[in-house]
Design a protein around this ligand. Structure first.
Ligand SMILES: [Zn+2]
Length: 188
């Protein structure tokens, strides 16, 4: 099955003509469409939109690498006033960070595979079950868990394996040359 079909199945709502997809840095999309809330610099890392309708965001992607999910007691002016805490998983699953309407948008975290089913990659900034009773954040923990259901997760090994499995094609060669181009630019 071609990869585009596999992704269409996994990310149901993203199902679209692959030739009609466009990539954006999240911050740039927000600037172009004037969708920032006043004073709020937050943004997911990458958006995929329709090429024929750039305002139509299909998928937002947060890249975590080894980084912790950002969050804290003052992370969000809207959620923290009622929950006492928030983080990217909660806020990017909601509309608190933008004036655009992200209802129905698919969400994806790409990070280390071992963090798929654990909080290990969240460091001290995501909530673990004990944080509820310990810090009075039961409501925030419950919302975090509900928000997680709005996200998909892809591991880095999974991503590499997917590229390796692509048959030799211009698309596969382009992906590899792009990576090699980055190496050249930073002179490793
Ligand atoms: Zn928020």
């Amino acid at each position: 099955m071609p990869p585009s079909h596999r992704y269409s199945r996994e990310f149901g709502k993203v199902a679209a003509d692959p030739t009609d997809l466009e990539l954006w840095v999240g911050q740039e999309w927000l600037s172009v469409f004037g969708a920032r809330r006043s004073g709020d610099r937050r943004s997911p890392d990458i958006f995929i939109t329709k090429r024929s309708d750039s305002e139509h965001v299909l998928l937002i992607i947060e890249l975590k690498g080894r980084a912790w999910v950002n969050g804290g007691h003052e992370y969000c002016p809207i959620h923290c006033s009622t929950l006492g805490y928030s983080n990217q998983i909660i806020c990017y699953a909601d509309n608190c960070w933008t004036t655009a309407n992200f209802e129905g948008v698919a969400r994806l975290v790409i990070g280390p595979d071992e963090h798929r089913n654990s909080f290990a990659g969240w460091g001290g900034k995501g909530l673990v079950p004990e944080d509820g009773p310990r810090y009075g954040l039961e409501a925030a923990f419950a919302i975090q868990q509900a928000s997680l259901k709005k996200w998909h997760f892809a591991g880095l090994r999974e991503l590499v394996a997917g590229i390796k499995q692509l048959p030799d094609s211009p698309a596969r060669r382009d992906a590899l040359y792009l990576l090699l181009g980055w190496l050249d630019r930073v002179r490793l």
